[in-house]
Write a protein that binds this ligand. Structure first.
Ligand SMILES: O=C(O)c1ccccc1NCC(=O)[C@H](O)[C@H](O)COP(=O)(O)O
Length: 255
């Protein structure tokens, strides 16, 4: 079952509709027998970092044409607990090939970072070595629970992404065990670093005891302070990718 994407505004709608047009099932390579647990990696003590391989974006245009394997090895040395690999090709310069190559090079759990709008994309994620997928409530709406169930059935963890109070309610109703709160409004691309702590507190007040991940816009250590004791993990892409030394940049942020 697919979500109704005509109702999704802005660049997010554009990306997702293009993605949906491209999904044509094909024979997948055999999935790795086991992959490390994304959820358990993020539950280690302290604020875990999910470091993102992101070559370009709608916000920034070209960021850096760094080899995803080289970037991921540097992230692993720098202390990342998981790696997010963009697989969307048109706006982010990613691919499933990148995901597979990173899987073969590092031991960390991988998040397939894409705009999932068809259940086949979950099967692809599993086949190409992901431990987890991103499910964006602004895209999936009431279908979030259906995609969550399908992800679980395939043995994938799911990071359910929200940006508003209503989306948070939907994520919790759907039974999300990992919630990502995006500081970036995916319609306007504006970043507001007060979004994650505000919605994070609401989630905890509502009794959410699962994994909380703050996403987007972080580039300095002091910006992570409001997350301490509330969030389990932070997802960082652009500022790391722009740094001359990824390993050092990661240590400077959270080391
Ligand atoms: O990054 C964008 O410009 C963007 C535009 C439209 C949809 C999604 C977008 N980014 C996805 C993300 O959430 C980020 O890649 C991730 O949270 C890391 O953010 P950052 O550290 O700011 O690169």
């Amino acid at each position: 079952m697919r979500p109704h994407l005509s109702r999704v505004p802005g660049v997010l709608g554009e990306i997702a509709r293009r993605r949906a047009e491209e999904v044509v099932p094909y024979p997948l390579p055999p999935a790795p027998k086991t992959v490390p647990s994304f959820r358990e990696a993020l539950l280690q003590p302290g604020l875990s970092v999910i470091a993102e391989v992101k070559k370009s974006s709608p916000s920034e245009g070209a960021i850096r044409a760094l080899d995803p394997v080289a970037a991921s090895l540097a992230y692993q040395r720098g202390g990342a607990r998981a790696i997010s690999v963009l697989t969307e090709p048109h706006y982010f310069g990613g691919s499933l090939e990148d995901l597979l190559r990173v899987r073969q090079a590092v031991d960390l759990p991988l998040l397939r970072k894409d705009f999932v709008v068809d259940p086949f994309m979950l099967k692809e994620a599993r086949a190409y070595g992901a431990s987890a997928v991103l499910l964006i409530v602004a895209l999936l709406g009431e279908l979030t629970g259906v995609y969550l169930e399908e992800a679980r059935r395939l043995g994938l963890d799911a990071l359910v992404e929200v940006h508003t109070e209503r989306e948070l309610e939907l994520a919790l109703e759907a039974g999300a065990e990992m919630v990502g709160i995006n500081n970036r409004n995916l319609t306007t691309l504006q970043i507001d670093l007060t979004t994650a702590p505000r919605l994070g507190r609401l989630a905890r007040e509502a009794g959410f005891g699962g994994v909380l991940v703050a996403e987007s816009g972080y580039s300095r250590r002091e910006e992570l302070r409001p997350l301490e004791g509330l969030f389990d993990a932070v997802l960082i892409g652009t500022s790391l990718m722009k740094s001359p030394d990824l390993e050092e940049a990661l240590r400077a942020l959270v080391g």
